[in-house]
Design a protein around this ligand. Structure first.
Ligand code: SF4
Length: 96
């Protein structure tokens, strides 16, 4: 009988502990393109910011960051130079 009560109490305790970890909010860094995260088996994680080329440990749960970049957003296409479109050679009248 004591064993059954102990089992129920222990089960309730473990369930409450799991629920507490499941509802913990994730920091802003978790969705950032500059983050490097390491997840442990215990559910804990280590967060490192790679913005600016270096690697810095992030010691807090970031709520707002001026350098945040959504990691699920498509990459920006940047045009380089002044010519938007290069005309084909035939259209320019060049014949070899
Ligand atoms: S840039 Fe900001 S949001 Fe992104 S990983 Fe670094 S500290 Fe976190």
């Amino acid at each position: 009988m004591v064993g059954a009560v102990l089992y129920v109490v222990l089960f309730a305790f473990m369930r409450a502990l799991r629920r507490k970890h499941a509802t913990a909010p994730r920091g802003l860094c978790a969705g950032c393109a500059f983050v490097h995260m390491q997840y442990a088996v215990s559910g804990r994680n280590a967060v490192f910011c790679t913005f600016g080329g270096g690697v810095r440990a992030v010691q807090i749960d970031v709520m707002y960051c001026t350098d945040y970049r959504d990691r699920s957003a498509p990459p920006r296409v940047v045009s380089v130079g002044f010519v938007r479109e290069i005309a084909p050679v035939e259209a320019a009248g060049w014949v070899p």
